[in-house]
Design a protein around this ligand. Structure first.
Ligand SMILES: Cc1cc2nc3c(=O)[nH]c(=O)nc-3n(C[C@H](O)[C@H](O)[C@H](O)COP(=O)(O)OP(=O)(O)OC[C@H]3O[C@@H](n4cnc5c(N)ncnc54)[C@H](O)[C@@H]3O)c2cc1C
Length: 494
């Protein structure tokens, strides 16, 4: 085993050193038991990063993003509460950790401290058939949950591409969105009740209820809270009967604008295919180069699912609307291909081996400016020195707007580090989106990458949010370096 000191630490400026590590380790052992705490280098190394793609470049270069002091695997809410109380007394950072599939640095221990890995909170507690709910511990793996539900005749409908390696708690903390989101909604539409532990150790239980008008929805603070305001330990989520039938539809359009117009009109008629994905011309070549009718076109795939009578109607309206907007029917094959490859990430994860910095950035826009925005983001990012390409697809749709997903890659120019180049592209996209009135983050959360821009996104409301954070977490121990402060120097001021 290499000595951890030999690795270059990327985020080192804000590290808080713990004075008496032995004392803290002894206390942690008393709280969670000797087998549920570790300070071994091999364990610390495993929790130095999340799945931010730039992390692959750093790993290849022998660099680590952040270094924790202890890893803990608590088994009860009381243990988590005790860890938080200890951390408050000693002013030690605590970082909740789901499965580390986040891509914006949310789980990176930039200040060091104690990782609370939620993997032992993995019980599926109850399905209620009449209410159509499942109650689940927050460390439960997404694919385990979906498989369990499928076997009982249900679906959760939340299928992020990271389904196999993300947890319920991570979904809620990052306000995530799945591939079938146009019909089933995003995670915030699914959470009906929750148990949360506040930074000072108080345990809150939010009622499971279809709706209430009993004041503001306090629990919403934790959906998208990025693990900075509380640790989610349990959630009750919506589920649906497993769809009776599924129809696969695809159309190739002459222009990006035609494809946007067709999908906008479909939603305006209150038709919600579970999946809609528009691939720009370059991504169409990348994913559907083998489809003759899609040559030099923009591919759109649809999946309609549910009870047969409704799906038949959805199919008719979807096809009619595509044809009215110059779409060419490409049949089921492109959608079958999408189903076969939808969890495949080898392309992006192997790119860093060639010295390339690659990443994805998702943003939100209303329909009115969607097409204009797409072209504008491409235009400004292409001016960044070292950029090789930027492309986009759209995978989340609303009657009022869309979620774009940009992929960029480049080789940093000689005078820039990987991180500087990466930040330049991120900041260029964020600034462009903010200037044009969009939202700089659609579903990957804030993490490190977006923290410095929070006051630009939120305006004055961010001052109030910061006061709430100060009230709940006066010692700033819960996931510091995310949302409310952060190690990135460029960008808007907090
Ligand atoms: C290949 C790939 C594909 C992806 N596809 C999608 C996609 O389709 N849709 C999408 O939305 N995202 C996607 N993501 C991003 C990522 O999977 C999601 O953000 C996911 O929600 C993170 O879950 P996790 O359990 O891995 O969380 P982690 O990465 O462990 O943590 C994420 C954040 O949540 C906090 N956190 C974790 N658990 C808790 C808890 N119990 N209580 C409080 N805070 C907590 C952490 O501190 C951190 O800030 C993808 C990522 C990859 C690598």
């Amino acid at each position: 085993m290499t000595d951890l000191k030999e690795f270059e630490l990327i985020y080192k400026e804000d590290r808080r050193e713990i004075k008496d590590k032995q004392k803290i380790e002894t206390k942690l052992r008393e709280i969670v038991g000797i087998n549920n705490v570790s300070s071994k280098e091999i364990d610390l190394l495993a929790y130095t990063k999340d799945t931010s793609l730039i992390g692959f470049n750093w790993t290849l270069q022998g660099k680590i993003a952040g270094l924790p002091d202890f890893i803990t695997w608590p088994e009860t809410v009381e243990q988590i509460s005790e860890i938080l109380k200890l951390s408050n007394r000693e002013k030690i950072p605590v970082i909740p950790y789901g499965e580390g599939s986040g891509v914006v640095g949310g789980a990176i221990p930039v200040y060091g401290g104690i990782i609370i890995d939620m993997k032992k909170f993995n019980t599926i507690l109850e399905i209620n058939d009449k209410d159509l709910t499942v109650t689940v511990e927050s460390g439960t793996n997404g694919m385990n949950l979906e498989r369990y539900l499928n076997a009982q005749g249900y679906t959760h409908g939340h299928i992020p591409q990271s389904l196999y390696y993300s947890s319920v708690g991570g979904w809620i903390a990052h306000r995530s969105a799945g591939q079938f989101s146009t019909k089933y909604g995003k995670i915030e539409d699914m959470v009906m009740g929750m148990e949360v532990i506040l930074p000072q150790g108080d345990i809150l239980k939010f009622k499971t209820i279809a709706r209430a008008s009993t004041g503001p929805q306090f629990e919403k603070l934790f959906i998208g809270g990025g693990g900075t305001l509380g640790i989610i330990t349990k959630a009750t989520l919506r589920i649906w009967p497993y769809p009776e039938t599924r129809t696969l539809i695809s159309y190739a359009f002459p222009t990006f604008e035609d494809s946007l117009e067709a999908t906008r009109q479909i939603l305006r008629q209150q038709i919600y295919p579970a999946v809609i994905r528009i691939y720009d011309a370059v991504e169409t070549i990348r994913h559907f180069g083998h489809i003759e009718k899609a040559k030099n076109k923009v591919m759109v795939v649809f999946v309609c699912e549910g009870i047969k009578k409704l799906v038949d109607l959805e199919e008719v309206i979807t096809k009619e609307t595509c044809e009215k907007n110059n779409g060419i029917n490409c049949g089921e094959e492109p959608v079958e291909h999408w189903f076969e490859t939808r969890f495949n990430v080898t392309e992006t994860s192997s790119t860093p081996t060639f010295g390339i910095v690659i990443d994805t950035i998702e943003i939100g826009f209303l329909w009115d400016k969607a097409a204009e925005m797409y072209h504008f983001v491409l235009e400004v990012v292409k001016k960044v020195k070292g950029l090789l390409f930027i492309t986009a697809h759209i995978s989340h749709f609303y009657p009022n707007g869309v979620g774009f997903y940009f992929t960029f890659a480049g080789i940093p120019p000689r005078e820039k580090t990987d991180l500087e180049f990466y930040q330049e592209v991120w900041n260029t996209v964020i600034k462009t989106v903010e200037d044009c009135g969009g939202s700089f983050g659609h579903h990957h959360g804030v993490g490190i990458n977006r923290s410095k821009w929070m006051s630009v996104e939120w305006g004055k409301a961010f001052d109030s949010l910061k006061k709430i954070k100060q009230l709940l977490d006066p010692n700033n121990i819960l996931n510091p370096g995310k949302i409310f402060d952060g190690p990135w120097e460029e960008g808007g001021e907090n």
